[in-house]
Design a protein around this ligand. Structure first.
Ligand code: AMP
Length: 609
């Protein structure tokens, strides 16, 4: 393939698919015909357990282990060193995964944890995490994975909201983040601690994962579950209030399977690498469930991003399908083409990305430097799986999220004040992205918040909160969020949660938290604070506030910058107008100010002490 600098591409240039050049025939090549004939009902036999029920862990693991595929590697865990030389790894076959999952099912049963109880997971990406998740799902226990880079506050808040009965956690994370505040999570009946590097954890008031597993039998039948039984609880952030717990059911596996097939083009012999942490919905749906449903081998890298290590893994492990994130791609772009060209990956045939807008330059960089374009796709926690995608079956328009997958009906709507919507038919108009309800991985409730759930639907349309346009060819283009949530490095961050923590500091009277553009992470979290009487804003206080937020919230959520504001703008009902704070910070039009009650111009250098 001719390689040219990314800058040479015009904005309207399309990446044509030329199937004749492909070594592996894509799973589908006729988009329209596949959409017309697709039916969710057709995946039914896959949904069934031997007793006619439905269980994600059965279809993902037991089904293969009981068959010929049992010896195949399910998960390959990459080890150290971080950047140079051959990276060691440890393989877990489908048989081995099934045995440890069954053991963990027995562990939970011994501890009195059953169907419908919630298990939180805050763990390093090691074999214990995968055995724990699959063992719990086999037991009918609802799994709620949390990001291990969360600080104590977001973890404890979610465990309290989800009424967690059991917590599976890596020893060092427990000691550092939760041991001191265990009493604040009264529903937690058990804490199972995973010792570092396989050691036996002995932490007072907890159980040791390795001891419990050693004592458990690996013969555990499946707890009967149906496709409507809850399986996963994923927390996501809104503009106001506490994080929302989106409940997903076992029947979601039909979407995970189908999207693995159509959007990620998974084939039986693939070596697949999803770089997302299982603490986020992508890392669960596509880092754990979808590849196991397809019976393929997944690479798991427990280390943080490192450009050279990542290229080495692609080359050394002969990764064929790679699912990553725009921030990671931009970090690879920053690391430079020379580094990229030191490695070769002839087996790589499909690259996809999700979570935040993928700029056209990044799509072209993939084509020009990796030799493959990057296929952007769109979905969110509530949808449980990929909904809109650039697929192997059609040309890519760089900058577009692609088209709705088979089985997904999308449209753009305009909301009116009386909770009605009008569907927008004209191309290139901005509207709110909506999906026709009924795909299998659609969330079934927001935990303890029926009203908030109802508000997401009008007639049979689920309203996503994202603004987009659709062109005449049916491609969707992301415009922005309809609300104030922030996307930083692919992580959705609720400003309210960050503001609350800042306001716990004795100096802070009020806080407004917004996202400001960042060339690598998409958005960066920035806070504006007003101070209580008697406090002065100086560099020491600024650093103290940043440290306070980082300690409580963790690095993934905490603001990267805090600035002083003499006052913050409020609506008549007393809410801070973050939209206006953001517009002023970025020099954008201030928009409709009819609800503005009190004003506060920020930031002004004169106002700073
Ligand atoms: P989450 O629920 O954390 O997965 O975040 C979902 C949100 O991320 C969506 O509602 C979008 O705002 C954003 N998002 C996801 N994928 C894309 C994409 N391909 N392009 C632009 N934004 C995206």
């Amino acid at each position: 393939m001719t390689r040219q600098p990314a800058a040479a591409h015009a904005a309207t240039e399309i990446i044509r698919k030329t199937p004749a050049e492909l070594l592996v025939r894509p799973n589908f090549d006729d988009y329209q015909a596949t959409r017309e004939t697709f039916s969710w009902a057709r995946s039914d036999p896959l949904l069934r357990t031997p007793d006619g029920g439905c269980n994600i862990a059965y279809t993902a693991v037991d089904r293969h282990a009981d068959g010929e595929a049992g010896a195949r590697t399910a998960l390959r865990f990459m080890g150290s060193p971080a950047t140079t030389g051959t990276i060691g790894s440890v393989d877990l076959s489908y048989d081995q995964l099934a045995h440890s999952a069954r053991r963990f099912t027995n562990v939970l049963r011994e501890l009195g944890i059953g169907k419908g109880d919630v298990m939180f997971v805050v763990a390093a990406r090691g074999p214990e995490l995968y055995a724990g998740v699959m063992g719990a799902l086999r037991n009918g226990t609802i799994v709620s994975p949390l990001f291990s880079a969360f600080g104590p506050e977001p973890i404890a808040t979610r465990i309290r909201l989800g009424r967690g009965a059991v917590l599976l956690i890596t020893e060092s994370l427990y000691r550092k983040k939760l041991a001191a505040i265990r009493d604040t999570m009264p529903t937690l009946r058990r804490v199972i601690v995973i010792g570092e590097s396989g050691s036996v954890a002995t932490v007072s008031g907890t159980e040791s994962f390795s001891e419990l597993m050693a004592a458990a039998s690996d013969d555990a039948d499946l707890t009967p579950t149906t496709e409507d039984d809850p399986a996963l609880l994923h927390f996501t952030s809104g503009t106001t209030g506490t994080p929302k717990g989106a409940v997903h059911v076992h029947g979601a596996l039909a979407t995970h399977y189908a999207t693995g097939f159509y959007a990620l083009d998974l084939h039986p012999d693939d070596i697949y690498w999803c770089t997302a942490d299982p603490g986020w919905v992508t890392g669960t749906s596509y880092g754990i469930i979808a590849p196991l449903l397809h019976g393929i081998t997944s690479i798991v890298d427990p280390e943080d991003f490192d450009a050279e290590r990542w290229y080495r893994i692609l080359e050394q492990e002969k990764v064929s399908v790679w699912y990553t994130a725009p921030t990671a791609i931009r970090m690879l772009m920053r690391a430079g083409e020379d580094l990229a060209r030191k490695f070769s990956h002839p087996d790589l045939r499909f690259v996809a990305s999700v979570g935040e807008p993928l700029n056209p330059e990044a799509v072209w960089w993939g084509r020009d430097v990796l030799g493959l374009p990057i296929h952007d796709n769109w979905w969110q926690t509530e949808t449980g799986g990929i909904m809109i995608a650039n697929t192997a079956a059609f040309d890519i328009k760089p900058g577009s999220m692609g088209r709705p997958l088979p089985g997904v009906d999308a449209c753009l709507v305009q909301r009116s004040a009386d909770h009605r919507v009008t569907v927008i038919d004209t191309p290139d108009q901005v509207g709110e992205l909506a999906l026709r309800a009924g795909w299998p991985s659609m969330f079934r409730s927001y935990l303890n918040n029926a009203e908030r759930y109802r508000d997401c639907f009008v007639d049979d349309l689920y309203l996503t909160g994202d603004l987009a346009t659709r062109d005449a060819d049916g491609y969707y283009w992301f415009v922005g969020r309809a609300d104030d949530v922030i996307k930083s490095a692919g992580h959705l961050i609720g400003p309210f949660e960050v503001e609350n923590v800042l306001m716990e500091h004795p100096a802070v009277a009020e806080a407004a938290v917004i996202g400001v553009p960042s060339p690598v992470t998409g958005e960066m979290v920035k806070a504006f604070v007003t101070l209580k009487h008697g406090y002065e804003f100086d560099d020491a206080l600024r650093r103290e506030l940043l440290g306070h937020a980082r300690k409580k919230l963790g690095a993934a959520v905490a603001p990267k910058d805090v600035e002083y504001a003499a006052a913050l703008p409020h609506t008549r009902s007393g809410k801070i107008m973050r939209r206006l704070v953001r517009a002023r910070e970025l020099g954008l039009p201030e928009g409709d100010l009819s609800t503005l009650e009190s004003d506060g111009h920020i930031p002004t250098s004169e106002a700073k002490s």
